[in-house]
Ligand binder design. Structure first.
Ligand code: ZN
Length: 436
């Protein structure tokens, strides 16, 4: 494993409250002290004018393997992650078959290691087969490498089951991630219910379907003492419920995805299925509330809900097309362009939500930080570069993005995983002569 010196960058590491110009040194796959008396590096990364931060962690990604490899594989998804500056992903268990056994979790871990791109951590099912009837073997899933539990793609509808999941998961101090949706309220829905859905004559999914489940689950987290994580929060009321829950000391966290802070349901006027996701795009008031929640810390995590679908699937008519968009390669520029540049978040606040907060959520003890001894996962960001998103250049197998052609700011420049440079936009990595 090479010794790497990342030199002259602006180091932002919220886990240590660091924001300063300096060097980061890597040796043996770990971060080592920068004043540790090194005089030789095998690889030098010139980070002048760049931001150097812990590798970004995305806690909400769909990799589609096993079962739907035409949409994505663990290898292609993990490569897309790297291209977006993401060094670790937690992948959702709604595969075919679902990740509800130790062997299934181990398969994901193994495929992730084989791919040798971003780190891949499986999230196990809450219920067997994601059927919402019987608790999955949570202990077995932990033994197989699961870092959290969810039935995402669908909610855990049964309140009794959710209560038991929150109770039982305390044994491992792992979080239950919940896709908050009362299914009975969203039957036939393809977009947010409101003025726009009425105007367009499309089936609506009311905000209340999300709000009610968030309220229920916060109350269940309260009576069990379990850890609840609200996935892809999208409504103003849900944000307020999480804020209030936190105020009362309940163990609840929340995440938001770029599409929920950059787009509104008016986009459906195009009938373009790249604006069809679940939870759906909401109103301008909801977008403002999500941004406010990000600003005041109610929402402590930024992630993608990367949901690849092969082209022919998204080409179907709007009501037939599947929900979801890809996001791994646009997470960083959307955060820079729509949260940092307008002044909603500082660099440090944004990076905190993309690194240490995400690591803490899924109990990754040695990630999300540049402290000596931590795993050498590092993202070097070019903060000022302006570029145009081109879906056909994505490393992901699928191109279903609403951001094709958008001009954005900020891009991953060099990405280091486990002490190896695994992605670079080119040009700045120099192999030093001494190692040649
Ligand atoms: Zn979901």
């Amino acid at each position: 494993m090479p010794t790497i010196q990342i030199t002259g960058g602006r180091i932002i590491d919220p886990s240590q409250d660091i924001d300063q110009i300096g060097d980061v040194w890597i040796s043996g796959g770990r971060i080592v002290p920068s004043d540790g008396g090194h005089d030789h590096a095998d690889v030098v990364v010139d980070a002048r004018g760049k931001i150097v931060c812990p590798g970004l962690i995305d806690v909400h990604v769909h990799l589609r393997e096993p079962g739907q490899e035409e949409d994505e594989t663990i290898a292609t998804g993990a490569a897309a992650a790297l291209a977006g500056g993401v060094t670790s992903v937690a992948c959702m268990p709604n595969t075919l078959p679902p990740i509800d056994t130790q062997a299934a979790a181990e398969f994901v871990v193994l495929q992730g290691r084989r791919a040798k791109q971003a780190n891949v951590f499986p999230v196990g099912c809450v219920s067997k087969g994601r059927k919402g009837e019987e608790l999955a073997g949570l202990g077995q899933l932990v033994a197989g490498g699961a870092v959290a539990f969810t039935d995402d793609g669908a909610p855990v509808s049964n309140a009794g089951l959710m209560r038991r999941a929150l109770e039982y998961s305390k044994m491992f101090d792992l979080v239950i991630m919940q896709h908050c949706q009362v299914m009975e309220l969203t039957v036939g829905g393809v977009m947010n219910e409101g003025f726009e859905s009425m105007r367009l004559g499309l089936g609506g999914m009311p905000a209340a379907a999300e709000d009610i489940m968030v309220a229920r689950d916060i109350r269940l987290a309260e009576i069990t003492g379990g850890r609840l994580h609200i996935q892809h929060i999208s409504t103003a009321r849900a944000v307020e419920l999480v804020r209030e829950g936190k105020r009362r000391g309940i163990r609840v966290t929340a995440e938001a995805c770029p599409h929920h802070f950059t787009l509104t349901d008016e986009k459906l006027r195009s009938f373009d299925s790249n604006f069809k996701m679940n939870p759906p795009l909401r109103t301008a008031d909801d977008v403002a509330a999500v941004i406010e929640g990000l600003k005041d810390g109610t929402i402590e995590i930024l992630c993608t809900d990367h949901a690849p679908h092969a082209r022919e699937k998204k080409m179907r008519e709007l009501d037939q097309a599947p929900f979801g968009i890809v996001g791994l390669e646009t997470l960083l520029p959307m955060t820079v362009t729509y949260l940092i540049e307008p002044g909603h978040l500082t660099w440090s606040e944004a990076i905190r939500k993309l690194t240490i907060n995400a690591a803490n959520l899924i109990n990754l003890k040695n990630k999300g930080s540049l402290r000596p001894g931590a795993d050498a996962d590092v993202t070097v960001i070019d903060p000022s570069t302006t570029w145009t998103i081109q879906a056909n250049q994505f490393r992901s197998k699928s191109w279903n993005t609403p951001y094709d052609g958008w001009e954005v700011r900020g891009r991953a420049h060099t990405v280091i995983v486990h002490g190896e440079v695994r992605h670079t936009l080119g040009g700045i990595v120099q192999e030093s002569a001494a190692s040649a």
